[in-house]
Design a protein around this ligand. Structure first.
Ligand code: ADP
Ligand code: ASP
Ligand code: MG
Length: 923
C-alpha cells in the first residue's frame, strides 16, 4: 500500500482555493480560453441569504419565467444575452421516441414567456425499449465497420435512416415539416454513404471524418425537436452549434477547450443572421475547430454544450434533463441504496464526474462555474422530483457538515497501474518530472498519482489501453537507470479500478480516510495505492477491477447508511437453523431501530434445495418458499450468490453438523463472506484445514465465529478468547460438555441401574436417536479439540484419548434397539464404578479436559468430591471450569443449559451481533 504525496496546496477557506494539480492541469489549457487566473478559482466569501433564496427559487421554478431583476450585467455586444435566458438540455433517453420529443418540446414551448427566452440543447436519440441502440453508439459502430471494410455498415446506415424517418412520421405527421425533415435527412444519408464508402475503400478513418459523421445524431434530433416546436406554434430557431462553438483539443486529446472569444463572436454573427427568437434549439455535442473542421466535445459532451451555451448567453440557470432524479451518492445502477443529493458544489460535481459518474460530462461545470450559473439535474420522467442543484454553495452544506462528510462515490473502471520503483530514486531531484513529462509527451492522461514518502516508488494510473504505451516510453526514458540498477523494471498492473470518494465536507475533518479504508478492509478489498489531494475534496484508492462494485457498495454503506447491513445465508434450516430464523423474525425490527443493525436473510439451503432471494427471504413464509421457489442445493452457487450481492457485509451461518459446508468455509471466506457456526466439524476436523481458516480470518479481515460449538449459548469460547487476549495463561480447562451425559450422570446414583438411566434420557429426548452417539464420547472429544486448539495446542482428534461409555461388544451392534436391549447386561461394570466412588464420598462425572500446560486433552469418567461444583450439577446443564494464571486458586466457572435448539440458536445469534459490532454497529 502506498501513501500519497501532496499534489496541491490550498488557500484559506472561502477566499481562493488552489485546484488540485490534476484539476489545474484541466484548467491550465482552459484558462486562456476562459480568462481564469491559472489554477485559481475564486469562490464567494459567503453565500448570502438572498443569493440562497434566489437559487432556491430557481430550483423550484426551473422552467418558469425568470424575473428581470436577475439579469446579469455582461459585456453583450449584440444585446441578446442576459438572465432572461434559461438553458435546458435533454439527454438521449429524453429524446428516444416521438412521444418523448413531443413532451420535451411542449415543456420548452411553455417555458418561454414575455421576458424569458429558452435555449434547448439536445442529444442524439438514445435507447428506448422499442429501439435499444443509442444513435451515437450505432454511428460509431458503423464507422468502425466501414473502416475495417465490413459492408454491414450499410445495414446500420439503413437502420439510422429508418429510425429517424419513423420517429419523424410519428412526431410531425403528414406535414410540410415532415417533408422538410425527410429531405434534409436523405441528403445527409447520401453524403454519409459516400463518406463511409470512402472509409471502406481506404480501410481507415480519420478523427475528423469520424467526428463529422458521428455528429449527425445531434443534427437530426435537433432538427426534429425544432420542427416539433414550430408545429406547436413557437417562434423557434434551429442552431447548428458547429456554426457557433469553436474548440481545440486538450493536450491529451481526451477533451476539448472552448475558444470563448471566437465562440462569442460567432454567436453574435448567428443572432445577426438568424434573428432573436425566444426559443433556440441547439445541437449538443458538436462544434468546430478554429480551422473550420467539424468536431465533437467527446462522449457525453452535450452536457458540456449546455453549460457552454449557458455561459455564452449569460443565462440565469441551466437545467439538464436526464433519466435519474439527480446526482446520486453513487451510480444507482451499481448501488441500489444510493440517495439523490439535493445539492452539491461545482467542485464536488466536477470531481464526481471526473471520477466516472457519467451523469455529467467531466467538464460540464467549468463554464457554469465561471459565471456562477446554477445547474440543476432533473429527471424528465419524474418531474415532481426537485433534482440536484449544482452551484457555488451547497445549500445543505450545514447538514452535510454535521453528517455525511462525503457526498458521493464513483469509479473509473479498467485502468492500469504503472509502478516505477528503485533505490536509485531516493533523493534524486526531477524523477517525477521525468516520469510525467515522458507520459505526457506520449499523449497519455494520468488519472491518479501516488508516491511513497520513502521515494522508492512512484505509481500512477492510466486508462487500461494506455498501460503498455506508458510502460514503453518509461522503459525507453529510463533505459540507462534500469541498466545501472537504479530503477528496477517498470511494472504494469492491468485490470485495476479507481474508486473515489468526493465531498467538500471532508475538508479538515479527521478520520475520513481511516473510515474509508476500514470499510474496504472489512469488505475484504485490497488497496493497491491511495491518493488524497491536499485540497481534501477527494480520496482515491486503486483496487482490483474485480472488487470494484463490492468496494463501492461497502464504502457507500459505511458513509451513507446509519445501519450496518448484513446479508445472511443460512445452511441447514433444521431445528437450530429454523429456531434462528424465528429469532431473526422476532428481533429484526428492534435490532434495526434500536441498534442500527440490519440483518437481512438472503438465502436458505437445506441438504437438497436452496432458496435465494435478492431482496430478502420472507421470514413469515420461508418454509413454503423453500418448498416452492427453491432450486437444487449447490453450496458453490450459494456462496457465489451471497458474494455478488450488493449488501457489502455477508455471512453464512452453518447450522448443520456435516462436513460439506465446513469444507467450504475457506472458499467462502476468500469470497469475502464471514462465517458463523455451531457446527464442530471445522474446529475438530483436519488441523491443516482448521489452520487455513484461522489464517484467512486473521489475514483477510474475515470473521469466523463459533460460540455455539461448545456449551451451546453459554459464553464459553468468548470467555476463553477474552482471557487469552487479555494476557491470561490457561492452565487447564475441564468441563461437563455434553448435556446428555450431564443428565445421565446427574441422575445415575438415584438407585436405578445405568441402562435404565440411559433409557430414561432417551425417552425424554435428551439423547441422539442412537444414544451411543453420545456415550462414545466423540462429541465431547470434538469440543475438547476445539478448546485445545483455541489455547494454541495443535491437536488432531485422534490425539485425544476418549474413554467410551459404550461397552466394547456393543460398539459394532447394528441397531440402536439391539444396543438398548443388551445394555442391561453391562450394568454391573458401571454400578461397580459408582459404588467405589460413593464409598469414598465422591461422584462420577464424564468430562472433557484440556491440559494446556501438558499440551494434551482427554475425555474420561472422573470422580469428584461431593463438594465439587461438578457434583452440584442438575438436569442437563453444562459446566466448564478454567484454571488460569489469574484464576488459579479458584477457577473461573461457567454453568448453565448447554444443549437445546433455543440456546444454541441464541449462541449463534450472539455471534451475528458480535459480527455486526466488528463491522461497525454502534456499541
Ligand atoms: P443522458 O443520456 O441523459 O445524458 P446518461 O446516461 O449520460 O444520460 O447519464 C445518466 C446516467 O448516469 C444515469 O442513468 C445513471 O445510471 C448514471 N450515473 C452514474 N453515476 C451516477 C450518479 N452518481 N448519479 C446519478 N446517475 C449516475
Ligand atoms: N450523443 C453524444 C454521446 O452519446 C453526446 C451526449 O449525448 O451527451 O456521447
Ligand atoms: Mg450524458
Amino acid at each position: 500500500m502506498r501513501t500519497s504525496q501532496h499534489l496541491a496546496k490550498r488557500g484559506g477557506p472561502g477566499i481562493a482555493c488552489f485546484i488540485p494539480r490534476r484539476l489545474s492541469c484541466l484548467l491550465v489549457n482552459h484558462c486562456s480560453a476562459w480568462k481564469l487566473q491559472p489554477s485559481v478559482v475564486h469562490l464567494p466569501l459567503a453565500h448570502s441569504a438572498s443569493a440562497r433564496a434566489r437559487e432556491a427559487s430557481v430550483l423550484t421554478q426551473a422552467i418558469s419565467p425568470p424575473t428581470a431583476e436577475t439579469a446579469s450585467n455582461v459585456d453583450d455586444v449584440s444585446g441578446v444575452r442576459g438572465a432572461h435566458w434559461q438553458v435546458h438540455k435533454f439527454g438521449g433517453t429524453c429524446m428516444a421516441s416521438a412521444d418523448r420529443i413531443r413532451a420535451a418540446a411542449e415543456l420548452m414551448v411553455n417555458s418561454v414567456g414575455p421576458s424569458s427566452s429558452t435555449c434547448v440543447v439536445v442529444s442524439a436519440m438514445g435507447n428506448h425499449p422499442t429501439s435499444p441502440l443509442k444513435v451515437t453508439d450505432l454511428i460509431l459502430n458503423m464507422i468502425k465497420k466501414a473502416s475495417r471494410q465490413d459492408a454491414a455498415f450499410l445495414v446500420d446506415l439503413a437502420a439510422l435512416q429508418e429510425k429517424h424517418v419513423e420517429t419523424a412520421k410519428q412526431l410531425l405527421g403528414q406535414s410540410k415539416e415532415l417533408t422538410q425533415f425527410v429531405a434534409s435527412l436523405m441528403d445527409d444519408i447520401t453524403n454519409l454513404k459516400a463518406m463511409l464508402q470512402a472509409m471502406s475503400i481506404a480501410g481507415m478513418s480519420t478523427d475528423a471524418f469520424s467526428d463529422f459523421v458521428v455528429g449527425h445524431g445531434e443534427l437530426w434530433s435537433g432538427r426534429l425537436f425544432s420542427l416539433c416546436c414550430r408545429q406547436l406554434g413557437a417562434d423557434v430557431a434551429f442552431m447548428d452549434t458547429r456554426d457557433v462553438l469553436v474548440v481545440t483539443p486538450t493536450n491529451d486529446g481526451g477533451s476539448v477547450d472552448l475558444d470563448e472569444q471566437l465562440s462569442n463572436c460567432r454567436l453574435d454573427d448567428w443572432f445577426t443572421a438568424n434573428g432573436c427568437s425566444k426559443l433556440v434549439v441547439a445541437t449538443g455535442f458538436i462544434a468546430r475547430s478554429p480551422e473550420g473542421t467539424a468536431t465533437t466535445l467527446k462522449r457525453n459532451g452535450s452536457d458540456f454544450s449546455a453549460t457552454i451555451m449557458g455561459a455564452l448567453l449569460r443565462s440565469r440557470h441551466i437545467t439538464i434533463w436526464t433519466d435519474v432524479d439527480g446526482v446520486f451518492s453513487a451510480d444507482p445502477r451499481k448501488v441500489p441504496e444510493a440517495v439523490c443529493l439535493p445539492s452539491m458544489t461545482y467542485h464536488e460535481a466536477w470531481e464526481l464526474s471526473y471520477f466516472g459518474a457519467n451523469v455529467l460530462h467531466p467538464r460540464t461545470t467549468l463554464p457554469a462555474m465561471k459565471y456562477h450559473i446554477p445547474i440543476t439535474i432533473r429527471n424528465f420522467f419524474n418531474q415532481k422530483a426537485l433534482g440536484t442543484r449544482i452551484s457555488d454553495f451547497a445549500a445543505d452544506m450545514e447538514v452535510y457538515q454535521g453528517k455525511a462528510t462525503i457526498k458521493g462515490f464513483a469509479t473509473i473502471d479498467n485502468v492500469t497501474l504503472i509502478n516505477v520503483e528503485g533505490t536509485g530514486m531516493v533523493g534524486v531531484p526531477g524523477i517525477a518530472s521525468r516520469i510525467f513529462s515522458s507520459v505526457r509527451d506520449a499523449g497519455i492522461n494520468v488519472i491518479m498519482i501516488s508516491q511513497a514518502s520513502s521515494e522508492q516508488s512512484i505509481c500512477f494510473a492510466v486508462k487500461g489501453g494506455d498501460g503498455e504505451a506508458a510502460a514503453k516510453v518509461l522503459t525507453d526514458r529510463f533505459a540507462e537507470s534500469i541498466a545501472a540498477g537504479r530503477v528496477s523494471a517498470i511494472q504494469v498492473i492491468p485490470h485495476c479500478c479507481v474508486l473515489a470518494a468526493v465531498g467538500q465536507g471532508m475538508v479538515a475533518r479527521k478520520g475520513v480516510a481511516a473510515t474509508m479504508m476500514g470499510a474496504l478492509a472489512k469488505a475484504n478489498v485490497n488497496i493497491k495505492a491511495i491518493a488524497q489531494g491536499s485540497s481534501e475534496y477527494n480520496i482515491t484508492v486503486l483496487i482490483d477491477q474485480a472488487d470494484s462494485e463490492r468496494a463501492l457498495r461497502a464504502v457507500h454503506s459505511r458513509f451513507y447508511l446509519s445501519d450496518v447491513p448484513i446479508g445472511v445465508g443460512i445452511v441447514g434450516p433444521g431445528l437450530i437453523g429454523g429456531t434462528l430464523i424465528q429469532q431473526l423474525r422476532e428481533q429484526r425490527q428492534l435490532l434495526k431501530k434500536e441498534f442500527g443493525i440490519d440483518l437481512r436473510l438472503l438465502a436458505v439451503a437445506s441438504s437438497s434445495k436452496m432458496l435465494m432471494q435478492e431482496t430478502g427471504v420472507d421470514l413469515d413464509n420461508w418454509r413454503q418458499d423453500l418448498d416452492e421457489k427453491s432450486v437444487a442445493c449447490d453450496l458453490e452457487k450459494f456462496g457465489n450468490f451471497l458474494s455478488s450481492h450488493y449488501i457489502p457485509n455477508r455471512v453464512i451461518v452453518d447450522c448443520t453438523a456435516s462436513d460439506a459446508p465446513a469444507s467450504k468455509y475457506i472458499h467462502w471466506m476468500k469470497q469475502g463472506i464471514h462465517v458463523v457456526t455451531p457446527n464442530k466439524k471445522l474446529g475438530s476436523g483436519p488441523l491443516e484445514q482448521y489452520q487455513a481458516v484461522r489464517r484467512m480470518q486473521r489475514e483477510g479481515y474475515i470473521h469466523f465465529f463459533y460460540e455455539g460449538t461448545v456449551g451451546a449459548g453459554l459464553p464459553v469460547m468468548g470467555t476463553l478468547k477474552h482471557l487469552l487476549e487479555t494476557g491470561d495463561k490457561i492452565i487447564k480447562i475441564e468441563g461437563i460438555l455434553s448435556g446428555t451425559l450431564s443428565y445421565i450422570f446427574n441422575t445415575f446414583g438415584d438407585g436405578r441401574p445405568f441402562s435404565e438411566v440411559v433409557q430414561d434420557a432417551k425417552a425424554k429426548g435428551y439423547t441422539e436417536p442412537d444414544p451411543r452417539d453420545d456415550l462414545n464420547g466423540t462429541d465431547v472429544a470434538r469440543k475438547v479439540c476445539i478448546l485445545a486448539r483455541e489455547c494454541g495446542l495443535l491437536l488432531e482428534m485422534d490425539q485425544i484419548p476418549v474413554e467410551s461409555l459404550v461397552p466394547e461388544p456393543l460398539r459394532e451392534v447394528a441397531s440402536s434397539a439391539e444396543y438398548m436391549a443388551r445394555l442391561p447386561g453391562f450394568d454391573a461394570d458401571m454400578d461397580a464404578k459408582l459404588r467405589q466412588a460413593e464409598d469414598s464420598g465422591e461422584c462420577l462425572r464424564y468430562v472433557g479436559v484440556v491440559d494446556a500446560q501438558g499440551g494434551c486433552g482427554s475425555v474420561e469418567l472422573r470422580r469428584y468430591p461431593k463438594s465439587h461444583p461438578f457434583a452440584q450439577l442438575k438436569g442437563s446443564d453444562n459446566i466448564i471450569s478454567f484454571t488460569t494464571a489469574r484464576y488459579f486458586k479458584q477457577p473461573l466457572i461457567i454453568r448453565g443449559p448447554g444443549a437445546g435448539a433455543d440456546v444454541t440458536a441464541a449462541g449463534v445469534f450472539s455471534d451475528l451481533l458480535r459480527l455486526a459490532a466488528y463491522l461497525g454497529a454502534p456499541s
